[in-house]
Design a protein around this ligand. Structure first.
Ligand SMILES: O=C(O)C(=O)Cc1ccccc1
Length: 296
């Protein structure tokens, strides 16, 4: 799918051609060149060939059909929480998580004019991370598919009163002026990205600490979650993330998305997962991978 604004199109084409020549080195990301996911791909894997994809689904499809060995996807942000869709798309994709990467996110206000600005386009996460900044200045937040794409779109619109919030590099790539740097409301604003591949890592091959991500479902009856998670408490397994979301319209069951420290094959985690299987249904391990940042 090619819905990129014209100023981004040529870059997208040259990066896509380079990636097509070497899928094993290719890492798909959602967004236009210069977006945060592009930066995260290069920070985590400096030798990779980043492949821009317009939507998350396109990025996941690139891995599923072998055009990219891996995809990098933002999953959660310290300031603005869960990144929409991915908790639904990831289990559906059948891909495995093979790595994580934490990256500080800084946003720049950029535009063709010098201000004042009526509105600013960006990814909803970036808009949420700078909401107080925008509100104080009366700038209306407008959603775009990604930050760098928003910058390219603002360049294409040609209206000096419309700005974008994007990484600084996007201003250079798309010919916008940097109006102000670091406009995020919290300067330690950090996003966690995950790396996805067709094949899971072998937990036994991970040296150092590992983290395991899984999803499961419990019926909405009293104490169901308490019982399902009891084995993690009794076996001393540290759960570092637990999110819930409704599946379907009946509201009779809830799906949970969890991270725990450890790897299958370790007796404590095996016992906890066995107990979970007894009380929950549809337990699916999405991956075991090296812990990049210690929790706690
Ligand atoms: O739009 C981007 O730049 C992305 O890569 C998504 C995103 C947006 C804000 C913070 C982290 C990732």
């Amino acid at each position: 799918m090619t819905s990129y604004p014209a100023p981004a199109q040529r870059l997208v084409e040259s990066m896509s051609a380079a990636a097509a020549a070497d899928p094993a080195r290719t890492v798909a990301f959602q967004g236009a060149p210069g977006c945060n996911s592009h930066r995260a791909a290069l920070e985590m894997l400096p030798d990779c060939l980043p492949l821009p994809c317009f939507s998350f689904e396109d990025a996941l499809d690139a891995v599923k059909d072998g055009r990219a060995a891996r995809a990098i996807i933002p999953i959660e942000n310290s300031q603005h929480g869960r990144v929409a869709d991915i908790h639904f798309l990831l289990p559906e994709s059948g891909l495995s998580i093979t790595g994580e990467h934490f990256m500080e996110i800084h946003a720049c206000l950029m535009a063709l004019g010098d201000g004042p600005f009526t509105s600013a386009y960006s990814h909803p996460q970036a808009l949420g991370q700078s909401r107080f900044y925008l509100r104080e200045r009366g700038i209306v937040p407008l959603s775009y598919a990604d930050t760098a794409g928003a910058a390219a779109f603002v360049a294409e619109l040609g209206d000096p009163a419309i700005a974008a919030l994007a990484p600084k590099i996007a201003a250079e790539l798309y010919g916008l002026k940097v109006i102000e740097e670091n406009v995020e409301d919290a300067h330690d604003n950090t996003t966690r990205f995950v790396l996805l591949a067709q094949q899971p890592l072998d937990p036994a091959a991970i040296t150092g600490e590992a983290i395991t991500t899984f999803v499961f479902e419990v019926r909405n009856i009293p104490a169901a979650l308490y019982k399902a998670l009891g084995g993690f408490a009794t076996n001393g397994v540290n759960m570092t993330k637990l999110e819930s979301y409704q599946k379907g319209a009946s509201f009779s069951a809830t799906q949970f998305f969890a991270d725990v420290i450890g790897a299958p094959g370790q007796p404590a985690l095996d016992r906890a997962l066995e107990e979970l299987r007894f009380f929950a249904k549809d337990l699916r391990i999405l991956g075991t991978y090296p812990l990049e940042r210690a929790r706690g």
